[in-house]
Design a protein. Structure first.
Length: 88
């Protein structure tokens, strides 16, 4: 019985079980074939919900985690300038 899995978790916070095709909590479900339209609708809804200007060209960066160095926040912050190159 020593080989039985006693604990289970999501490795590094990434779950391969989530799918935008079936998520009931997003405004529009989408698959690969209609991904651009689905992401556009979801992005606009998120901008509205957050009180942001609806701008399909705006860069949105999301982070869900503790604000500590173990979560890689310094890597994200160190990449923002690079990610924003060419953005208005």
């Amino acid at each position: 019985r020593g080989g039985e899995m006693r604990l289970a978790g999501i490795l590094n916070g990434i779950s391969d079980e989530w799918s935008p095709a079936t998520d009931p909590k997003i405004p529009q479900n989408y698959r690969l074939a209609d991904m651009e339209e689905g992401k556009r609708v979801c992005k606009a809804a998120l901008q509205r919900e957050l009180g942001l200007e609806e701008d399909p060209e705006a860069c949105l960066i999301g982070f869900c985690g503790r604000l500590c160095f173990q979560k890689g926040l310094t890597l994200i912050m160190g990449s923002v300038e690079w990610m924003m190159q060419g953005q208005p």
